[in-house]
Design a protein around this ligand. Structure first.
Ligand code: GLN
Length: 486
């Protein structure tokens, strides 16, 4: 077995035992990148040299007996909407194609303090708007399980990087499903923490009331170790919550006694592929066989989730993206007649179609005379969605269901049909609207060999429970051990 097929925990113990050095480990992942990246296209930037020098520094400090951080020597890739001082952060947009941030995002500072090795920046849908990574203006990412298919999105590069074993861990952001949906499509673990659990400082804002940073890993324990580093209070994000961070990586191995698993019958109704439905039913049976009680729960307002999300997310995006005008930030057109024309031309050239669509939707929903009807109404329904979850979590510990209605779709299949594309997130969006944590874990393969993800949701700040429940399932199954061959 090659190094790149080991789990994060195995890598950590290999490094500690001196079976391989951090430089050897990093080099083996960089070799995997040179072999496979051309087919996958997970990265927008690979920082090979700086990764090797970070690894060398870790080895030297280990030699001298220094106490090292929890991710010492472990390669990590970052979605390219997370600011890295001195390294381009493009959001996969022409607008920020040459933007080099002057500062690190909070989570980058945390990763450095944990002695992780930062390998590069991954592809995404422009400004994280999309579900297939096809909206990237700077590259195409393919699903390692079938190179004709999308990896999902918007964190498609981060998901594909872990699936293709180009890095053992990666970081994404999830506004409406952008970690969980690509995790499901790529057969890896992806988690969106509770809103406020991880600082958004240095994450380029898409929809500030929904955005949350989270981990990808090949297994639940790896995701727990990474979340432990990402999570925690940061004064620079006023929505970051000041609560202790549990030792997720330790508690994750403890099974839950008397687990109550909620199931929403509507999840199995229209629009879901039969192959997905049967894998998810089988996953629920795994919990039953472990002694869990399976309880029906109702989330009657979640059916409005997609509509509410596209109003709220687009409204916030239209405001957040106003700063990219070629003056404060971003691309400036080279030809224009006057100042107003310069703004217009810069934005017309800098943004892609989907970003423009969201800005127009958002500006419309917020406009005088319409904001009561659209934006404010959406906020009220958002509250009802949250209330449904609050009620459900009085009776169950986690809610289990499909992450996505289908396995990965083909490149080009939905790109001209925005509404169908939006529906890829029907099951993931409500968690963002409610602010609750969710995880996707590998739970099967379609007859064509495409991964299927099980989504588990929990009450706010119950990440520990969520990870433990996910690990219980993972321990009984071997889907997460399969590696795509290409
Ligand atoms: N696919 C959803 C969208 O296009 C969610 C994106 C995300 O979570 N960043 O907005």
């Amino acid at each position: 077995m090659s190094i790149s097929e080991l789990t994060t925990a195995e890598l950590q113990s290999g490094l500690q035992a001196g079976t391989f050095s951090a430089v050897e480990l990093t080099q083996s992942y960089l070799d995997a990148i040179s072999r496979r990246e051309e087919s996958v296209g997970a990265f927008l930037t690979v920082c090979g040299e700086s990764a090797l020098s970070q690894a060398a520094a870790v080895d030297a400090r280990r030699q001298s007996g220094e106490q090292l951080g929890t991710l010492a020597g472990i390669p990590v890739a970052l979605k390219d909407n997370i600011c890295t001082a001195g390294t381009k952060t493009t959001c996969a947009s022409r607008m920020l194609e040459n933007f080099v941030p002057p500062y690190d995002a909070h989570i980058v500072t945390r990763l450095k303090a944990a002695d992780a090795v930062l390998v590069g920046k991954t592809n995404l849908d422009e400004y994280a708007m999309g579900s297939s990574t096809e909206n990237s203006a700077l590259g195409k990412t393919r699903n390692p399980w079938d190179l004709q298919r999308t990896p999902g999105g918007s964190s498609g590069g981060s998901a594909a990087s872990v699936a293709a074993r180009l890095t053992p861990l990666s970081v994404g952001s999830d506004t409406g499903g952008s970690i969980r949906q690509p995790a499901s499509f790529c057969g890896v673990v992806g988690m969106k923490p509770t809103y406020g659990r991880v600082s958004r400082y240095g994450l380029v804002a898409f929809a500030s009331s929904l955005d949350q940073i989270g981990p990808f890993a090949t297994d639940v324990t790896g995701a727990a170790s990474l979340l432990e580093v990402l999570a925690g209070h940061d004064e620079r994000d006023s929505t970051s919550v000041n609560r202790p961070v549990p030792e997720y990586s330790r508690s994750v191995e403890q099974p839950l006694e008397g687990l109550r698993v909620g199931v929403v019958q509507e999840h199995f109704a229209e629009g879901i592929d039969e192959e997905v439905a049967s894998s998810i039913r089988a996953a629920i049976e795994v919990y039953r066989s472990l002694g869990a009680e399976i309880v029906d729960v109702a989330l009657p307002h979640s059916k409005y989730g997609v509509a509410v999300y596209y109003l709220i997310a687009s409204s916030e995006a239209s405001s957040n993206l106003a700063r990219y005008d070629g003056v404060h930030y971003g691309h400036r057109a080279s030809e224009f007649e006057n100042m107003v024309d310069m703004y217009a031309a810069s934005r017309a050239e800098g943004f892609g179609d989907e970003v423009k669509r969201r800005i127009m939707l958002g500006v419309y929903a917020l406009s005088e005379g319409y904001s009561d009807q659209y934006y404010l109404k959406a906020l009220k329904v958002r509250r009802l969605i949250r209330n449904d979850f609050d009620a459900a979590f009085k009776n169950v510990d986690v809610i289990a269901g499909p992450t996505c209605p289908t396995p990965a779709f083909k490149i080009g299949e939905l790109v001209d049909d925005p509404l169908q594309m939006y529906l890829a997130d029907v099951y993931t969006i409500s968690a963002n609207l409610a602010g609750i944590p969710g995880i996707s874990v590998p739970a099967g393969f379609s007859p064509a060999g495409l991964p299927i993800g099980l989504q588990l949701l929990a009450a706010p700040f119950e990440e520990e429970k969520l990870l433990r429940a996910a690990r219980m399932f993972e321990r009984e199954t071997d889907f997460h051990t399969k590696v795509p061959q290409f």
